[in-house]
Design a protein around this ligand. Structure first.
Ligand code: ZN
Length: 147
């Protein structure tokens, strides 16, 4: 087994507080605790929800503690549509993923969080997801989307 803590490629979810607000440096500068959440999984994948779901997703790259003061901390909106049976996300990466029939890291994060799937065998992973992904009601989702 390879160590998921020392990924050679750029991971897409930091988990170190020293990266707070700035994790765009080289891997050698931030060698620890990066998670590479798959973005090539089918949409949907895993257990398909029986009802529609709505989530907010705080920008993933700011590490374990959310940087609430950062102007680079947008919130994305993730939805599972029970009619189309597909997940969607408002992040800039998702349109390209959608054309490929895959999902973005925010969607995959919601799927992992719902399943309690500790993908990296690292206790921080599900806590990180819980800190960044919040399930909301349809009304809350619609209100935030309208802002
Ligand atoms: Zn996304």
């Amino acid at each position: 087994m390879f160590s998921v803590h020392f990924l050679p490629t750029a991971a897409n979810f930091c988990s170190q507080t020293q990266n707070l607000g700035n994790c765009r440096g080289p891997d050698t500068q931030y060698p620890l605790g990066r998670f590479d959440i798959p973005t090539t999984e089918n949409n949907p994948n895993g257990e398909i929800p029986t009802d529609s779901l709505w989530y907010t997703a705080v920008y993933f790259k700011y590490g374990f503690t959310q940087n609430l003061n950062s102007t680079r901390s947008p919130t994305y909106f993730v939805k599972f549509d029970n009619n189309s049976n597909k997940w969607s996300c408002t992040c800039p990466d998702f349109p390209r993923r959608e054309r490929l029939g895959t999902c973005c890291k925010h969607i995959q994060g919601c799927i992992d969080l719902r399943a309690g799937f500790n993908r990296f065998n690292d206790d921080r992973y599900l806590t990180l997801l819980g800190n960044h992904l919040t399930e909301v009601t349809e009304e809350e989702y619609n209100n935030m989307m309208a802002e």
